[in-house]
Design a protein around this ligand. Structure first.
Ligand code: SF4
Length: 408
């Protein structure tokens, strides 16, 4: 979504994120861990006529045959990002509504941060006025990287520098996200630099791997899942939140309604379509007054409209789930393309149905793996440790005089 703003240093880093690099890392004796996104699972499931669970089990077989040590699931780390986002929203809401100074009034709207296409656009095009509104919570991709390289490595008795962590994503911009300096850390002062995510493969590149090895994917055996970081229940089914781009607006809305206004919302939220199917809003009324107003805003045209309103101080929303791609992440540029004779619209409909096929809807706050991560490592949502490992910051990119002159 944002390929127009790649620097030459980023180009060099991106060239390293290839199938060849991934395969050679296994041969170099690194402990390779792969984290698969639920959108990629859905894309492969539609392509091969399987369920997301079957795809996940067959991918586990494929990767382990190649020598991969573990195969994880980013819907698990997404639950952690959702919990941190809920707490950040409540903090911002109270700051905005319970204090009188003008600066605190700028705590809202809060804007989701999981889409690197949007972040890249905001940093390189919109400038510093928009960045304070963007949630400081890392994306599910970076969160799972931080969990693996800071915590899981200790459980597995592997040094973080000996792990090569690959994600499978619906999106090329996730490669750009993985090479940000903000997602590199050092364990010791003079130690090696550790990257949370060493390489990103798109769903399409994974399909290329299947084809290049002449693997009959649908006939592969189904291996047991690595349950350390996967939303897979004992009964053998997958669980997670609804929402093909992460369900940020929905989960934060329900949490805020309960925490701030004592309203438990049962059943689906009533999202109203505004202008087009990629712009929807949901409201909560208490005593005839609208107290919460959130929006989903997908695609560049919609996000540019909403950004104009924020700049003019006329945005009526308290939370915005912004995604650069029309229809969100299921429709990412790295997904498998429609088959001959299939329209893009038909494919996205199939993906939306497939995404939650036999996946049980579950509250992130009840995720036993995430509860364990807080108990063993992060203490509690919003803690100092959570801020250190699960949050980040954004940087306005000031264009050099030369590039401004070139544009001019
Ligand atoms: Fe990537 Fe598109 Fe999803 Fe943004 S909306 S994270 S650009 S797939």
């Amino acid at each position: 979504a944002c390929s127009g703003c790649i620097t030459s240093a980023e180009t060099v880093m991106l060239e390293k994120q290839s199938l060849d690099e991934f395969l050679s890392s296994i041969n170099k004796g690194k402990a390779v861990i792969v984290s698969v996104s639920p959108q990629s699972r859905a894309s492969l499931a539609v392509h091969f006529g399987l369920s997301p669970l079957q795809v996940f089990k067959k991918l586990t077989t494929l990767f382990k045959t190649l020598g991969v040590k573990a195969v994880f699931d980013t819907s698990c780390s997404r639950d952690l990002t959702l919990i941190e986002s809920c707490y950040e929203f409540i903090t911002r809401y109270r700051q905005c509504h319970l204090t009188t100074d003008e600066k605190s009034k700028l705590a809202l709207p809060m804007i989701s941060s999981a889409c690197p296409g949007w972040i890249c656009y905001a940093e390189k095009t919109l400038g510093s006025y928009i960045l304070p509104y963007i949630s400081s919570v890392k994306s599910p991709q970076q969160t799972i990287g931080a969990i693996i390289k800071n915590h899981i490595c200790q459980m597995l008795c592997i040094r973080p520098e000996d792990i090569y962590h690959v994600t499978v994503m619906p999106c090329y911009d996730k490669k750009l996200e993985a090479v940000r300096d903000d997602f590199v850390f050092q364990v010791e002062a003079q130690g090696e630099k550790i990257t949370e995510v060493d390489s990103v493969l798109t769903t399409g590149e994974l399909l290329d791997l299947v084809k290049s090895r002449s693997v009959d994917f649908a006939s592969l055996e189904e291996s047991p899942l690595d349950k350390l970081l996967a939303n897979a229940a004992e009964g053998g089914h997958l669980y997670g939140v609804h929402g093909s781009s992460g369900g940020y607006a929905e989960i934060i809305f329900r949490y805020a309604a309960k925490t701030l206004f004592g309203k438990e919302i049962v059943g689906p939220l009533n999202f109203k379509t505004i202008r087009n199917s990629d712009f929807k809003e949901v409201t909560l009324e208490v005593d005839g007054e609208t107290v919460l107003k959130f929006a989903l805003c997908y695609g560049f045209r919609n996000l540019q409209n909403v950004v104009r309103k924020i700049k003019a101080g006329k945005c009526e929303y308290q939370f915005l789930e912004i995604m650069a791609c029309p229809s969100g992440c299921l429709n990412g540029g790295g997904q498998i393309k429609p088959k001959a004779g299939e329209s893009a619209k038909d494919l996205i409909q199939s993906l939306e149905l497939k995404y939650m096929e036999n996946v049980t809807e579950a509250d992130p706050l009840e995720n036993p793996i995430i509860k364990g991560l807080y108990a063993e490592w992060l203490d509690e949502p919003g803690s100092e440790k959570a801020k250190k490992h699960m949050h980040t910051e954004y940087h306005p990119i000031v264009k050099s005089i030369t590039s401004q002159l070139q544009n001019w």
